[in-house]
Design a protein around this ligand. Structure first.
Ligand code: FE2
Length: 495
């Protein structure tokens, strides 16, 4: 029987809610301001007991600085990337935070003025817009591959950093293999020991470039697929044998952008008459692509995909139309609203022979950031962990106020909430050492408590979320919302 959602209370649960009439901040927008402090690894204040079999480092990435030289970025996800790292070892914890010194940020600091734009912030001058001076803030995800660690941003190259000091090493195109863009959501296929990713190269003919990162530490371009329109696309998904892309009808108006009119965000249009294009790439024969169009929809994130008797099952959060990540007045840390589109968890099925895609909604609550057990990626799986938006403010503001364990066939199994003023970020599952099943383990999430204005890593028993945190590891400052990251069991010094 499904467990009833249980509200976990903490010191911060009730105070401050509902917000006073003169309240300046809403739940998580208060945290959308420059990172509290940059520092190397230092002990965190622990509430509860950190499991002593949880050993590794959780690397997280998100925007850390929200203005340049007094001029706030127009769109908070444009912020310069900052890496937060939390090391857990034998029941002890340390945390470190450091802003990535991207080439653009270094240049701006040297010149003491804003020189670049980003997705939602146009370069300051028309000439710079014509020159397409866009910064790579390296602020979306972390990839540890072949002993190297990278900060990823979808409209730029990977930025390598030292996993021990968090010092920025610099951008790489992997010896010329990657053109100019490497998406922020690579997917690992455990049965192949290989990681896949893509980049969208805009131009006279927009191309979807697909990359394969092999276990022998080499990276190859698998295939280049011409696209019918220049889209914005954030994620894709992989099975053991196929890579699946849903190309949304979110079109970049390249002509006006090239004329220097506005930012990238000002120049994207939802063109639902195009529909969504489904592209399936067989890993062993990547040029034999299946592609077809279906009804329009949008997605930010996939959970998983697997094959089932000639069909491909895809689990993801589906939006009826484009959803813009919440808009915040960065200067006032104040919520400005979004475009109202909500995402719901769906299980969809691709029939390759008939070229059809059918959808089934599997949970009736707005949600995002779906993840599955890392060892089940690409394979049949019935469990997904999600960020849920339960309270009225959370639904409106897109603030994740609960973590959910969902059985895709049977419904919600478990929910944890830490009160209306605490927001979660993406959950990360780590298997418990020596457990009978790799499905037993811990769920980790960086949380922000807007009452205390501090962030903490929450460690939960993944099989009993509603029991509340096993431990909370507190930073003595706030960390702005992180997007994604990676758990790494062992990191070695850079040679
Ligand atoms: Fe993402």
């Amino acid at each position: 029987m499904d467990k009833m959602p249980q509200l976990k209370t903490s010191r911060s649960t009730v105070s401050g809610y509902p917000p006073a009439a003169n309240e300046q901040y809403v739940t998580w927008a208060r945290g959308v301001r420059d990172i509290g402090r940059e520092h190397s690894f230092e002990p965190l204040e622990v509430e509860g007991q950190v499991p002593d079999d949880l050993n590794g480092v959780l690397y997280l990435n998100g925007p850390g600085l929200f203005s340049h030289f007094g001029s706030p970025y127009k769109y908070w996800p444009d912020g310069d990337g900052a890496i937060t790292a939390i090391r857990l070892n034998a029941g002890k914890t340390w945390g470190a935070c450091r802003v990535l010194e991207s080439q653009g940020l270094v240049e701006e600091r040297k010149n003491q003025q804003p020189l670049y734009g980003s997705v939602g912030t146009a370069p300051a001058s028309w000439l710079d817009r014509l020159r397409r001076k866009y910064k790579n803030p390296a602020n979306i995800n972390v990839l540890h591959w072949a002993g190297r660690t990278f900060a990823l941003y979808e409209s730029g190259l990977p930025t390598e950093f030292d996993p021990l000091t968090l010092e920025t090493i610099g951008e790489t195109n992997f010896g010329g293999v990657v053109d100019s863009r490497f998406a922020a959501h690579p997917h690992h296929v455990p049965r192949r020991g290989t990681t896949y990713n893509f980049g969208i190269e805009y131009g006279r003919k927009t191309r979807l470039c697909v990359y394969e990162m092999r276990p022998n530490a080499t990276i190859h371009r698998m295939v280049e697929i011409p696209l019918d329109w220049p889209p914005i696309m954030h994620d894709f998904i992989a099975t053991d044998n196929h890579l699946i892309f849903f190309i949304p009808p979110l079109k970049v108006q390249t002509a006006t952008l090239l004329m220097g009119v506005g930012s990238v965000m000002d120049n994207i249009k939802w063109k639902e008459q195009l529909g969504t294009e489904v592209i399936v790439v067989p890993i062993d024969d990547p040029k034999r692509v299946t592609r077809f169009r279906t009804d329009p929809f949008f997605q930010w994130h996939f959970a998983n995909a697997y094959e089932r008797q000639g069909e491909i099952v895809v689990d993801f959060v589906r939006y009826a139309r484009f959803n813009m990540v919440g808009r915040i007045n960065v200067k006032k840390s104040k919520w400005k609203g979004d475009n109202g589109s909500r995402g719901y968890f769906h299980r969809s099925v691709i029939n390759l022979r008939n070229k059809t895609l059918t959808h089934e909604q599997r949970w009736d609550q707005k949600c995002e950031l779906p993840v599955v057990f890392p060892h089940k990626e690409g394979q049949e799986n019935d469990t997904v962990f999600l960020g849920g938006f339960s309270g009225e403010r959370a639904r409106k503001e897109g603030a994740v106020d609960q973590l959910v364990r969902l059985n895709i066939d049977r419904g919600v199994q478990d929910i944890v909430s830490l009160g209306v003023n605490t927001t979660f970020t993406e959950p990360h599952f780590v298997s418990r050492k020596g457990a009978r099943s790799a499905d037993e383990g811990y769920l980790l999430s960086l949380t922000y408590d807007s009452d205390r204005d501090r962030s903490s890593l929450v460690i939960l028993d993944a099989e009993d979320l509603s029991a509340g945190p096993l431990a909370r590891c507190w930073f003595d400052h706030h960390i702005p919302p992180v997007f994604h990251g990676q758990w790494i069991e062992s990191v070695r010094p850079i040679k």
